[in-house]
Unconditional design. Structure first.
Length: 188
């Protein structure tokens, strides 16, 4: 199915130069002069090699039909991330580089959807938000206004996120999995 390049999203699988590519990152670039274009980071489904491609936003690309299956994340080991199909209870694994930064958000027992082409898993779709604990947070500097200043914090999964000054180490927060941004303090 042909789609416009500006509708490409992470997790899509594209047919390009005779190969199947799973999109891992996109960035819309609008130069001062000329037309906007989209920079796409992709991973070859077969070999796992990565490439970057640029298209004008009006270009059309071939998006492959992908079947989504509901899965549960089980664990991670040297072979990669292990999942179980909720319907058939079949277990399979995906290499670490297939998930990229998304892998840091996986938690034991998490419900995810896995995109497959011809039965082969190619990408994982995470929930929009996850709850994580802040393990390290900088001290608040006196004189900073609370409304506009954020400070760096490190989450239990090792990722850095900008958090409001009132969040301290040991606090659980809700994090957006798409852009690793703070959403709110966890109310649970």
């Amino acid at each position: 199915m042909k789609i416009q390049a500006n509708t490409i999203r992470p997790g899509n699988v594209l047919e390009h130069q005779g190969k199947q590519w799973a999109v891992t990152k996109i960035q819309l670039i609008q130069p001062g002069k000329g037309n906007a274009f989209i920079a796409v980071e992709m991973r070859d489904v077969e070999t796992g090699t990565k490439t970057n491609e640029r298209w004008r936003t009006a270009d059309s690309v071939e998006k492959l039909d992908v079947r989504q299956i509901d899965c549960t994340y089980l664990f991670k080991d040297d072979a990669g991330f292990h999942f179980m199909d909720k319907e058939t209870f079949d277990q399979f694994n995906m290499p670490e580089d297939a998930l990229g930064e998304k892998g840091a958000f996986l938690q034991d027992g998490m419900d995810v959807t896995v995109d497959t082409i011809e039965g082969k898993p190619v990408s994982v779709n995470l929930p929009q938000t996850v709850v994580l604990e802040v393990v390290e947070a900088d001290a608040v500097v006196k004189g900073q206004t609370q409304s506009s200043s954020y400070k760096p914090g490190i989450l239990e999964n090792g990722l850095k996120v900008m958090i409001p000054p009132f969040i301290e180490a040991g606090t659980k927060i809700v994090v957006n999995t798409e852009d690793t941004s703070y959403v709110e303090r966890y109310k649970g």
